[in-house]
Design a protein around this ligand. Sequence first.
Ligand code: SAM
Ligand code: SF4
Ligand code: F3S
Length: 467
Amino acid sequence: MNYTRIEISQDQLSRQSDIMERVADINARLETRPLALVDTYGCQQNEADSEKIRGMLKKMGYEMTRDEYEADVIVINTCAVREHAEQRVLGNVGALSHTKKAKPSQIICLCGCMMQEPGMADRIKNSYRHVRVVFGPHELWRFPEFLLRQLQGGKRIFETSPSDGCVTEGLPSARDSAVKAWLPVMYGCNNFCSYCIVPYVRGRERSRRAEDVLREAEELVRAGYKDITLLGQNVNSYGKDLPDGMDFSDLIAGINAIPGDFLIRFMTSHPKDAGEKLFSTMAKCDKCARHIHLPFQSGSNRVLSAMNRRYTRESYLDLIGMARSHMPDIVITSDVIVGFPGETEEEFEDTLKLVEDVKFDALFTFIFSPRTGTPAAGMPDPFTRMEKQRRFDALVALQNRISEEKHRSYIGSTTRVLIDGEEKEYLTSRTSGGRLVRLRADKSLVGTFQTVRITDSNTWALFGEIV
Ligand code: SAM
Ligand code: SF4
Ligand code: F3S
């Protein structure tokens, strides 16, 4: 794939840092501290980007709020992966015309994948006139500059020109959790699955340098983070664009060597690139979580080929066998699409059969959503929405039965968990395999590893007590 790596230079970043200081000075002269709200849609990559936006906002003197009426700056970080997500965004952005009316100085910004879609910036320009700033994922590092221009009374900003994307190091990050951290290792995607918009809006695959990833991982461990998730659309491609020959397994091994008690997770792995080296590295690395998220999308070879996934049902099943031979206790989760254009009843049954055969611990199920500009959006699609919904419900019912059975088999066992938060009367925790365990314990234990006995379960969670 023809792509020139673009790294944002130290000079460019210093300019943005200077701007952050200027905005902080402007804000310091106000009587009360200004407030900002960042709302995030989509995947973990967007969550990680939003933490950077919050990091920049905090440096510029903003305090965070959840109230859209009192916010001085609102940033909506959008997702384009399915139509439903887009409609939710547009509905919520439309409703912000009321907050803007109540507080005319409010600066409303839209960013993220949806803004990078052809025609979307124009649609916002013409139909959502209360939105002042629109920028795509490749321009995130320029956010301070956009905000300053607005504070100085500048024109509306639309920065969404097509790009293969860049690598930016050193942006501040205000992380949501003190226990769990996202660590992007690469950006973009080269796979062009025929249904997916991500490669069009996120650009080409580009890896962060290993020394930058390792340095950030060390900082996270030093700061007390206990659960580090390495992020990329296809982490198994990590390093292919770097000169030093380090691949994703080497990166896991490097992070595993950092002293400290913490867990390494990662997502997402593409089945065409996962294999022996990844699984043997996971098995050898004591800090690597016993979990893999390995989306299969369909159990039918014809559909997989039409999706441009570049593996077969058989090779996928071999991969699952390989993972389990290295780590018999590994938790396996997956993504699946129901109702891909032209998927027949028999082909859907192949998907059900694969789910029965593998017995995933959990499944993320989606009904196909046509995305303008992708090949699948132009394929004949004779099945009705009702038919697709019926298949979707059958698949969810099957997976719920499997998840419930799998969870029941944990009852009576003891396992190590990381307590990561609170939810109503429970503390929440995760096993190494990422299973949710609800516990009643003192909240001072959040952020600690504990051994628990599993006492009960349902389809979605386990319940336990500290031993
Ligand atoms: N890069 C990851 C991979 O290849 O597995 C997935 C990233 S995508 C953000 C998450 C999931 O959304 C995909 O695995 C797929 O199941 C689903 N998805 C993507 N495009 C879709 C579409 N057009 N309609 C329905 N589901 C879609
Ligand atoms: Fe989309 Fe496929 Fe890339 Fe995943 S691998 S982001 S599904 S194109
Ligand atoms: Fe959505 Fe962009 Fe992630 S399209 S799923 S936020 S990469």
